[in-house]
Design a protein around this ligand. Structure first.
Ligand SMILES: *[C@@H]1O[C@H](CO)[C@@H](O)[C@H](O)[C@H]1NC(C)=O
Ligand SMILES: *[C@@H]1O[C@H](CO)[C@@H](O)[C@H](O)[C@H]1NC(C)=O
Ligand SMILES: *[C@@H]1O[C@H](CO)[C@@H](O)[C@H](O)[C@H]1NC(C)=O
Ligand SMILES: *[C@@H]1O[C@H](CO)[C@@H](O)[C@H](O)[C@H]1NC(C)=O
Length: 226
């Protein structure tokens, strides 16, 4: 079967938006199972269930239809194609590298290895961007929190999509990697530190980069006796 390149790529990033750790155990079915049926769709096609993809992209602000009818139909139109392209640029280029580096940094001080997997079916960790209330313990608003994470077995790490994110120290923007280091600390079981030099200090400021500090390393070593 010939697959449309946009879709191969889209399926990959929707299912594995950033980094997941892999595990042999199996999990429930993915909310993105419907995407599998969209493989092979082209612009101009009418493809069953493509309205779900439209709804997903609209939820994250990538797609806006003036005419509601088009938002809920199954036409693969110009708006949808253009939204997919924007989505790919943002998610692929902006966020996966800093998150992968943050996992590498933590890996240095634990016995864990982390690998990104193609689907979230059998991953321990799932990382994604959300906006507002998104069905878990804590809603996001336009300013806070920057992100949150729940240790396994939950394993979710959510960035707040309304925050201004950067790669590196940019005034008024928050560094993706610094926040990833903090949230991965939570994923690994660490709580907050009262040492303001530690990555696990509860507050992270815009415009700055932070790395692991001796306090964080002692914390993770104490936790895993390593
Ligand atoms: C989708 O559109 C392409 C190009 O117009 C066409 O070749 C293909 O048969 C269509 N597929 C379906 C499932 O309609
Ligand atoms: C919305 O699109 C549908 C289908 O193309 C069309 O029949 C309808 O008139 C449009 N509505 C408006 C308000 O433009
Ligand atoms: C991991 O540790 C090695 C050895 O200390 C170091 O050279 C490397 O820079 C570290 N990598 C990260 C991503 O911290
Ligand atoms: C994590 O918890 C949230 C509820 O706050 C839930 O929506 C989500 O499905 C959970 N994820 C896993 C992998 O258990």
């Amino acid at each position: 079967m010939v697959l449309h390149p946009i879709f191969i790529f889209l399926i990959f990033i929707l299912l594995a938006p950033l980094g997941h750790a892999s595990t042999p155990s199996d999990k429930n079915s993915s909310p993105f199972d419907f995407l599998k049926k969209l493989k092979g769709s082209h612009k101009g096609n009418n493809t069953k269930e493509i309205h779900k993809l439209k709804a997903y992209l609209e939820q994250f602000g990538y797609l806006k239809y003036e005419n509601e009818t088009h938002a809920t139909d199954d036409d693969f139109d110009d708006n949808l194609e253009s939204a997919i392209k924007t989505y790919q640029k943002n998610y692929r280029i902006k966020s996966s590298a800093p998150v992968q580096r943050a996992f590498q940094t933590w890996k240095n001080f634990t016995h864990f290895t982390f690998a990104q997997v193609q689907t979230n079916r059998n991953s321990d960790l799932l990382i994604a961007f959300y906006r507002g209330a998104h069905g878990d313990y804590e809603s996001f608003d336009a300013f806070r929190p920057l992100a949150h994470a729940f240790a396994p077995t939950n394993g979710s790490f959510h960035y707040n999509a309304d925050i201004r994110w950067s790669i590196g120290a940019v005034e008024d923007y928050f560094d993706l990697e610094t926040v990833a280091l903090h949230e991965i600390g939570h994923l690994l079981g660490l709580g907050h530190s009262s040492d303001d030099a530690a990555i696990m200090y509860p507050t992270i400021y815009s415009g700055v980069i932070k790395n692991l500090h001796e306090d964080d390393i002692q914390g993770i070593r104490a936790l895993y006796n390593r």
